[in-house]
Design a protein around this ligand. Structure first.
Ligand SMILES: CC(C)(COP(=O)(O)OP(=O)(O)OC[C@H]1O[C@@H](n2cnc3c(N)ncnc32)[C@H](O)[C@@H]1OP(=O)(O)O)[C@@H](O)C(=O)NCCC(=O)NCCS
Length: 180
């Protein structure tokens, strides 16, 4: 597979984000939201995805958005704690996209002074559990669910420059691969 471009998504990316969520099959939706979600409810979720100071990242393994990572600060925790969620369209799973998104989310959290990120997934979600452990998360088993907690390192000038450089690189690639 060619290089996976990861970049911040903005409100003007909303149509692609809506298509991504509509492309998720029922298993992926249950894994993401913990319950079955009817397709007609996805649009209202997408309407709010850029709210509440969320950082949203997109993965583009080809010219289209195939994976989305969300980082949302937890209210009342002084901006130091956030929740994350990731979705990758089923035909694109097991190709490293979730891993790349998770790395990018952790870097984004780190550079914004977020020291702790939490992720909730079904206990049966072996892929997400594997990725969480790969990124040194502590796992806590609850009824039917697992909460993964990651502690991020302090930001450094280098980590900030790396993030900026990554965004410029992704922007340049987006222009070069813009669909006709
Ligand atoms: C969970 C999810 C985000 C992972 O994305 P992905 O692109 O498939 O992940 P990657 O390809 O980067 O990595 C998958 C890893 O899981 C491993 N894996 C796959 N199946 C596995 C299994 N049954 N048991 C253990 N590990 C497994 C792969 O080998 C890979 O590990 P590696 O990088 O060490 O080789 C994706 O499957 C998804 O969107 N699922 C539906 C939504 C969801 O569950 N979101 C998480 C809760 S918010």
């Amino acid at each position: 597979m060619q290089e996976i471009t990861i970049r911040r998504l903005r409100i003007f990316d909303r149509p692609q984000v809506a298509t991504h969520f509509q492309n998720l099959d029922s298993d992926a939706l249950i894994s993401r939201f913990g319950i079955p979600v009817p397709p007609q409810n996805l649009d209202s979720y997408v309407d709010g995805i850029f709210d509440n100071a969320a950082l949203v990242f997109g993965a583009f393994p080809d010219a289209c958005l195939r994976g989305v990572g969300e980082l949302r600060p937890t209210q009342g925790r002084g901006g130091r704690v956030a929740e994350i969620a990731i979705t990758v369209e089923t035909p694109w799973q097991d190709k490293g996209i979730g891993d790349a998104l998770l790395s990018r989310i952790i870097a984004g959290a780190r550079n914004r002074g977020i020291r702790e990120v939490h992720m909730l997934c079904l206990a049966t979600n072996q892929r997400m559990r594997h990725l969480a452990v790969k990124h040194s998360a502590d796992l806590r088993l609850m009824t039917g669910q697992v909460e993964a907690t990651l502690t991020t390192p302090w930001p450094t000038p280098i980590s900030m420059v790396e993030e900026l450089a990554g965004e410029y690189h992704a922007f340049a690639r987006a222009i070069l691969t813009w669909p006709d």
